[in-house]
Design a protein around this ligand. Structure first.
Ligand code: GTP
Ligand code: MG
Length: 149
């Protein structure tokens, strides 16, 4: 089954939005298979944002992600990468649809509440960065037959 990596960024934790954001993924039908509260160190932050190295926002973004604990999560489901990106909304919360997480909870691109993998290959890379294999749990979840055929 497809998996995606979702991080509730430091502002989500500091603003007490963890429960509300997690609830949206649960209500949608995504299956939680990994979760931890953690601090991101510089090495991990620079690997996470490697694709943006050299851009003006790289250093501030790395510093932001290291500034306070984050909640790292892995979710499973049919087309979950694309579904999660839809739930999150566009990168800049100022212009994001208010029905989305960033649109509902954010004000500024540099404090945009949540990260989500942008493709299946990014998800594989990011899950491996943040989780050991044994930290991703396989289990039967009630009600799956009511979500898809
Ligand atoms: P992530 O899920 O966090 O990866 O966001 P994204 O995929 O919607 O955007 P992208 O990967 O292009 O950018 C990664 C992160 O860098 C964003 O979430 C923002 O926090 C930050 N960022 C991207 N573009 C800008 C920008 O133009 N200005 C600032 N200040 N930050 C930016
Ligand atoms: Mg991205």
């Amino acid at each position: 089954m497809e998996r995606t990596f979702i991080m509730l960024k430091p502002d989500a934790v500091q603003r007490g939005l963890v429960g509300q954001v997690i609830a949206r993924f649960e209500a949608k039908g995504c299956k939680l298979v990994g979760m931890k509260l953690m601090k991101v160190d510089r090495a991990l932050a620079e690997q996470h944002y490697a694709e943006h190295k050299g851009k003006a926002f790289f250093e501030p973004t790395v510093n932001y992600i290291m500034s306070s604990p984050v909640v790292a999560t892995v979710w499973e489901g049919k087309s979950v990468v694309a579904i999660a990106r839809e739930l999150m909304g566009s990168t800049n919360p100022a212009g994001a649809n208010p029905g989305t997480i960033r649109g509902a909870y954010g004000m500024d691109i540099s404090r945009n509440v949540i990260h989500g993998s942008d493709s299946v290959s990014s998800a594989d890379r990011e899950i491996a960065l943040y989780f050991k294999t044994e930290e991703i749990l396989e289990y039967d979840k009630a009600g799956q037959e009511w979500l898809s055929e």
